[in-house]
Each structure stands twice: as C-alpha cells, then as structure tokens.
Ligand binder design. Structure first.
Ligand code: G4F
Length: 386
C-alpha cells in the first residue's frame, strides 16, 4: 500500500497527523500551500473552512500531539486539500523543518497561549510561545522561503491601559498582562524583520472575536454555555446552578470570529485588496466599533431564552452584585453571582476599536452584529446539550 492509500485509509475524523516529510508528498506544483498553526482552535479552524471555500490551496494544519486530542472544531472538514501535521511552537527544529520542507506560500500563526487570565500563572510559557518562537518562524522564513507571507495573531490586549477610545492603529501599546506584553514583543520583532529583510510579515490588532467554536473558558462562551444549561434546568424543573463571573464591568468590543478571518486574508493579500498598496504591507485594527460590558452580554444571553432578569446589590461592594429572575411561581432565582477568583491581577477596563482603516483600505465589512452573535452562540449551546 502506498503512502496515499495508507493515509486516506487512516484519515478518519482527520486524526491522522503526518510528520513533515510525509506531508511534503501532498504538495503539488499547481497549488499554493498554506501552513496554519493552532488549527484546532477557533480561528485556525475557521481559516481552513475559508480557504477551502475561497481558494484552491493545499492547507497544512499544525497541531500539537496530545494524549487526548480535541479535534471538535475540524472534525467536519473532509477535503483532500487539508492535512494535519505535527507542530509545536516550542520546538525550534520543528519550526525550521516545516518551513524548509513545505516551503509554504503563507504561514498563518494562530498557535498561542491565548488565555489572558492564565498568563500570570504561566508567564514564561506565555512569553516563549507567543514571543520567542516568533523569532524562529521569522528566521526560518528568512532562510528558506523569504517570499512566504506571515500572519501573526495580534491582540487589542496590546493597547492595555488605554489612553483614548476608540483605539486605532496609532494607539500606544501599554499592555497589562504577560499575554499582552508577549504580543507587543512579537509585533516589534515582526516589524524589525519586515523592515530589515523586506519580509511580508504582519500582525493585525484583533479585538475580541467569538463564536460557536470559542473555547469554554472565555467569558462569552462561559456565559452562553451556562445559559443553555440553566435553560435546560428550568425546563426540567431542576435546581438552577448560577454562573460565577469576575469583573462584569469590564468592556469589550466583540465581533464574530468568521468576519475577522476574511479580514486577515485581506491583510495577507494587500496587493489585491488595497488599492493604495505600495509594496510594504500594513497592519490593521479589526473590531466591531462597539463596546459592551460583560453585564450587557449576560442580559442579552438570558434574553435569548426568554428571561428578563434584574441586578441587585444590597451593599456598596461590587462583589455582592447578583442577577435574578422571577419564575412562574414568583420565586426569586439566582442566575449570576460574582466570584473574586475570576478577577485579574490587572484588568484592561475598556477595549473599544476603530477599524475605519480596514473598512476603507481593505474594503472589509463585518457581517454579524453583536446581538446576532450572542443569539447564535446561545442557540448553538442549547443545541449541543439537547
Ligand atoms: O473572554 P476573556 O477571557 O477575553 P480577554 O481577556 O479579553 O482576551 C481575549 O481577547 C483578546 C483580544 O482582546 C485576545 F487577544 C485573547 O487571546 C482572548 O481571545 O475576558 C473578557 C473580559 C475580561 O475583562 C475579564 O476580566 O471578561 C472579564 N471576565 C469577567 N468574568 C471574565 C470572567 N473572563 C473570563 N475568562 N471568565 C470570567 O469568569
């Protein structure tokens, strides 16, 4: 049996992860090749869907080998143009080999330690994964495929302790977390390599982006998943377990992750999408241009299951704030309470983006508004548990 036969026989649920040498056999002369790291995550999996739909490229999705794999976000992908490869940002040799052997046309780096809250507990790993490893990617591209276009995931967390709202591309970078600092570092490295070696290497500023594939520890998904559980409990006349949250007064600019994938692709192809392109790629902010508190997100999510709750606090301490509703027997049911352990050592109080430049220059337009995003997430979580 040749490699292809063995491969397709084993390719059940996309769980066949290739080593780099075997993967290279699936490259061809005709189609361009894209490496996407972090492919099992929200953004990586949406990027695969987007490229399979809109291009003819061969896609190699980088995954870290774990004893228990989570391939939920890519399980639906059935395409001979998509292959999984072993990839680990913390192994320089692996990064070099991927670029040397596959010689990708695009390298889209979504792999990261992306949980801001965890970045204080794992500051070194956060730094090594999100910042140090970018030197390896840049060096590998410089050495083996200098015309490979690099996209590195950037974040509105880089703005941190914001000086003004809304934040645009000129806003100073004042990170508040090890995560934010690591993304500022990768941005600076990318700028240095872009300017020194003339690489097409960019890092967008992406404000919070969510959806049905969002990790369950991020606040939006945590809320929608628990709203779905509460909906089920109410319908079954079971006790309601309240949601425990941290700082509900923080404000975020939330968008649909799928809208941002289109923006990233436009940023990576500015010669096509930007009529002002002068040979040097630029970096853009992507945002909804709206900001909402976590509190507002909670209210909207409960509205989706027909609950119009109310907040109560019988003290001046914000930690005592609670969200209730009255059931059909007029009993007050607790839905949300505050748990101080979800507060951060330093908070970014407000993120509020200004994506005017991306909208004008890249002709990027988001399709999903905030209210529809919340509804989509709640409905998805209701479907998942029913
Ligand atoms: O959902 P979050 O954990 O996202 P955060 O920290 O804004 O970061 C996300 O967006 C960034 C872009 O701005 C990305 F770069 C990053 O990788 C990630 O995708 O928290 C949002 C807000 C925070 O202010 C947090 O303090 O929600 C507040 N919050 C309140 N209670 C909570 C909770 N966050 C979480 N995760 N869990 C809570 O119980």
């Amino acid at each position: 049996m040749n490699l292809e036969e063995t491969y397709f026989k084993k390719k059940i649920d996309n769980i066949n992860i290739l080593n780099i040498i075997d993967a290279a056999k699936f490259k061809n002369e005709t189609n361009k090749c894209v490496v996407i790291t972090g492919v099992t995550g929200q953004d990586g999996s949406h990027m695969v869907d987007y490229l399979l739909k809109n291009t003819q490229y061969i896609i190699f999705g980088g995954v870290r080998r774990l004893s228990v794999q989570n391939h939920t976000n890519i399980r639906h992908i059935k395409s001979d143009r998509f292959h999984l490869i072993n990839f680990d940002l913390n192994d320089s040799n692996n990064i070099y080999k991927v670029v040397e052997v596959l010689k990708p046309d695009y390298f889209i780096n979504f792999a990261a330690q992306s949980y801001v809250a965890c970045s204080w507990d794992f500051a070194k790993i956060t730094w090594e994964t999100n910042a140090t490893s970018i030197i390896d990617i840049l060096e590998a591209i410089k050495s083996f495929k200098p015309n490979c276009k690099l996209y590195q995931a950037g974040s509105s967390e880089e703005f941190g302790n914001v000086s003004y709202s809304p934040q645009d591309e000129k806003h100073p970078l004042k990170p508040r977390s090890p995560y934010g600092a690591s993304k500022v570092a990768s941005r600076q490295l990318i700028k240095v390599y872009r300017e020194s070696y003339n690489l097409y290497a960019i890092q967008g500023w992406l404000f919070n982006h969510e959806g049905t594939r969002r990790g369950e520890d991020f606040v939006t998904r945590k809320i929608t998943k628990n709203v779905a559980k509460i909906n089920k409990s109410i319908k079954n006349n079971e006790p309601v377990i309240p949601i425990e949250l941290g700082n509900i007064y923080a404000k975020r600019d939330w968008s649909d992750a799928e809208d941002f994938i289109d923006g990233i692709w436009r940023m990576l192809n500015q010669e096509i999408y930007n009529e002002n392109y002068n040979g040097t790629p630029e970096e853009f902010v992507f945002s909804s241009n709206e900001t909402h508190t976590i509190k507002e997100f909670v209210e909207l999510a409960f509205n989706c299951i027909g609950i119009n709750g109310y907040w109560k606090n019988d003290s001046t301490d914000l930690l005592n704030e609670k969200y209730f509703y009255k059931n059909k027997n007029n009993e007050e049911i607790l839905l949300v309470k505050i748990n101080p352990s979800f507060y951060r050592l330093a908070e970014v109080d407000i993120l509020f983006g200004d994506s005017t430049r991306a909208r004008h220059e890249l002709k990027w337009e988001p399709k999903t508004i905030f209210e529809s995003l919340v509804k989509k997430m709640v409905n998805n979580d209701i479907d998942l548990i029913s």
